[in-house]
Design a protein around this ligand. Structure first.
Ligand code: NOJ
Length: 557
């Protein structure tokens, strides 16, 4: 059944800047990760995915790379990074890093040369990026090439006086897009990837992978996303990387590509295709968007969570990859709100129960789990009251948009507290101390006040904590072949409950849970005669599932 090492992986995503600060400068760093490897081992984690660690001006916290071959000073040195690989490997852990190939920082030497005609290397690097002269109007002024909107809000085009051209950036204006049609550029990126492989990296998460190709006819639509997303030719580029670098080195490749159809998903991550090994698809992440909200539209418009939609997405991806590829299991990453606030209930009364319920809903399904830092203790969304507590570049362009749409400051702030990426980026809550045990100094972004209640140190002491529950579920995946199972789902159309049953190597399992705050009648979907109650997140009573109650039954030995 097993073909590849990563089918048994338990991945933990580390957002370096906010995980653990070892030197008191308020910023998470690589020695901080090394310090916490034992903690991660106790969670059964055997693979770390680490957000960009490269030298960067940090406009987008490292997704804007200035030097691919240097470690960001904020995060440590190349020696620290080598030590991380060494210590991780000595502990049977693999290291997966982020690979940002769609764009660089505007401070990268390639762009510095590309934008400056007087630079000695201008001719060589100009075509590494995407340029357009714009449209000259009757009055002689220039107009942007298209009305395309960037993922962070605002135009994708910015003007460069020196060359009298616009350059394309589908994220921030400090992140110019690379021209993947340029062979020399691709060859330089490939040499860079090989360099990291030689250093001992076990895999990569490919950032923004479905955006590598653009529509070079530049049709003038708004917002124009279809002209820089999922165009057929980006598969050629990914296949080239897979054939030349990823497959020969037995790497784990996690690919980020939202909105993929079944066919596309298999083209990316089917066993027969192998552009990636696993797809990060986002199917279940934004199931509660209120389309009628015009003040804070799109992903910012919080609507009603429908469990049926979450289950539909989870079961869809299991089916897509069943026997044809490999599934990923994750609630969210550094770009989304915290799951216990988004899909659970972060009121202290229900916080613990709903966090455990969400873990049981997801982490006994087939595939490879990717746990996001802090999820295992039920970290919540931020409680920030001032716009300046937020740090994400996206927050500030979107706040301007909300104002333009007529939102009040209060409405905009609530949308940010509900949906901003910073919700997942606040410092990890290690203890109840002032800096949440994250730093001895001043944290680069404020710690959430509930760290006095929700933190690792407190949960280490409590055998019934969310942390203990995560440890138990993830350890179970090591004991029984849950990763390779195929579940039967019950009540797929219901929004109040979930239930699924499956067989692994040693046991049959039945998992059931109440997604709501109201008690529900409990009628088992399978015979429980040959089963024991293996775990529950509260005291159980026979005919009823209490608020957010979840139970895991399995066959006796
Ligand atoms: C996706 C990353 O997850 C996100 O954090 C980043 O801003 C964009 N790609 C641009 O690199």
């Amino acid at each position: 059944m097993k073909k590849y090492w990563w089918q048994d992986a338990i991945i933990y995503q580390i957002y370096l800047r906010s995980f653990k600060d070892s030197n008191g400068d308020g910023i998470g760093d690589i020695p901080g990760v090394i310090e916490k490897l034992d903690y991660l081992k106790r969670l059964s984690v055997n693979t770390l995915w680490i957000s960009p660690h490269y030298d960067s001006p940090m406009d987008d916290n490292g997704y804007d790379i200035r030097d691919f071959f240097k470690v960001a000073e904020d995060y440590g040195t190349m020696e620290d990074f080598k030590r991380l690989i060494e210590v991780a490997h000595a502990n049977d852990m693999k290291i997966v890093t982020d690979l940002v190939l769609n764009h660089t920082s505007d401070e990268h030497p390639w762009f510095q040369a590309a934008k400056d005609p007087s630079h000695p290397d201008h001719a060589r690097y100009h075509d590494y990026y995407i340029w357009h002269p714009g449209h000259v109007q009757e009055d002689g002024s220039k107009k942007r090439p298209t009305r395309w909107i960037s993922w962070f809000g605002g135009s994708v085009w910015d003007y460069n006086e020196a060359t009298e051209e616009y350059y394309l950036h589908i994220f921030s204006k400090k992140m110019p897009d690379l021209n993947w049609r340029n062979d020399a550029m691709r060859n330089e990126l490939k040499a860079m990837i090989q360099w990291w492989i030689d250093l001992g990296i076990d895999g990569f998460r490919i950032d923004a992978s479905n955006h590598l190709e653009k529509n070079w006819d530049f049709p003038d639509d708004e917002p124009g996303y279809q002209h820089f997303s999922s165009l057929p030719k980006h598969h050629d580029y990914l296949q080239e990387l897979a054939d030349e670098l990823f497959m020969p080195n037995n790497l784990l490749i996690l690919g980020e590509a939202g909105g993929a159809s079944k066919e596309e998903a298999l083209q990316y991550a089917g066993f027969d295709s192998n552009e990636f090994n696993m797809l990060i698809h986002f199917g279940h992440v934004w199931v509660d968007i209120d389309d009628s909200n015009t003040l804070t539209p799109g992903k910012w418009a919080k609507g009603t969570v429908k469990l049926s939609k979450i289950k539909e997405a989870l079961s869809h991806w299991i089916d897509v990859f069943h026997e044809k590829g490999w599934n990923t299991l994750y609630w969210h990453n550094h770009d989304h709100p915290r799951v216990v606030s988004h899909y659970g209930n972060d009121d202290p009364l229900y916080h613990e129960r709903s966090a455990k319920m969400l873990a049981a809903l997801l982490y006994l399904l087939p595939g490879t789990p990717i746990v996001y830092q802090g999820e295992e203790i039920g970290m919540t969304n931020v409680d920030y009251q001032s716009l300046h507590d937020f740090k994400d570049v996206e927050v500030f362009t979107e706040y301007e948009n909300f104002m333009r749409h007529g939102a009040s400051h209060e409405i905009a702030m609530q949308a940010l507290r509900d949906r901003a990426r910073d919700n997942a980026r606040a410092p990890m809550q290690w203890s109840s101390s002032d800096g949440a045990g994250f730093t001895a100094g001043t944290p680069w972004m404020p710690v959430v006040k509930n760290h006095t209640r929700i933190n690792v140190a407190a949960q280490e002491k409590d055998p019934n904590s969310i942390l203990a529950w995560y440890r138990m579920l993830l350890a179970l995946r090591k004991e029984d072949a849950i990763a390779y199972s195929y579940p039967t789902f019950y009540h797929l159309d219901k929004d109040d409950r979930f239930a699924y049953a499956f067989s692994a190597s040693h046991h049959d399992y039945y998992v059931v849970g109440n997604f709501t705050q109201e008690p529900l009648e409990f009628i088992p979907d399978v015979s429980l005669e040959a089963m024991d109650l293996w775990a529950a997140n509260t005291d159980v009573s026979p005919g009823e599932l209490g608020p957010y109650e979840t139970r895991i039954y399995r066959t006796k030995k």
